[in-house]
Design a protein around this ligand. Structure first.
Ligand code: 5GP
Ligand code: MG
Length: 178
């Protein structure tokens, strides 16, 4: 639970997110057209709302799996040290894989997870992030698809938390302490 009082200012509306996901789904379906071996991998916990909306728009036969990597803990800064807290249930060798992340910030998390999964020899692996904070990047990594470019501000909502709160907001907003 957050320790200081704050308000949330809307940054991206639920409607805008839904429209963007329709476009992204079309692009992803084109990229993976004809596949019957796609596994969509959600990075817990922040991507759970995004992956739920994305797979329901995606016109492809898919499987869903999840991984959890350590990140911010309850703070507002990246630890830069990525640990795998929960691994995939299934094997991905020879499969098509789409990794779904909420935010690419310093880039450490997605770079580490991509390297790890690539070592398992998938047929093809792509990454998608709902949000990208390009100004914060510290390592050379970019997702194949990005929903929205956002400024260097701490965001919540649509699955994304502040000290575990606010994941249930239907929109994305910035945290402002009062
Ligand atoms: P990285 O710095 O490794 O790219 O990102 C680490 C993790 O920090 C991401 O998985 C993302 O979930 C989280 N993160 C980055 N920016 C924010 C933010 O503004 N709010 C919240 N709640 N998490 C963030
Ligand atoms: Mg995360």
């Amino acid at each position: 639970m957050p320790e200081r009082p704050y308000v949330i200012d809307e940054l991206i509306s639920a409607k805008t997110i839904a429209a963007r996901i329709e476009d992204l789904s079309r692009e992803i379906a084109e990229e993976f057209a004809g596949t019957d071996k796609l596994i969509v991998v959600g990075l817990l916990r922040g991507s759970f709302v995004f992956i739920a909306d994305l797979v329901r728009e995606l016109d492809l036969p898919i499987e869903v799996d999840f991984m959890e990597a350590s990140s911010y803990g309850d703070g507002m800064e990246s630890t830069r040290e990525v640990r795998i807290l929960k691994d995939l249930r299934g094997a991905i060798e020879g499969r098509d894989v789409l990794v779904v992340e909420d935010i690419v910030d310093t880039g450490y998390t997605l770079k580490h997870v991509s390297g790890l999964l690539n070592a398992r020899k998938p047929a093809r692996m792509k990454t998608i992030a709902l949000l990208n904070k390009q100004a914060r990047r510290e390592v050379d990594f970019n997702a194949d698809w990005v929903g929205f470019e956002i400024p260097d501000e701490f965001v919540v909502g649509y699955g994304i938390d502040f000290a575990q709160r606010n994941r249930d907001l239907p929109y994305i907003g910035t945290v402002r302490f009062t």
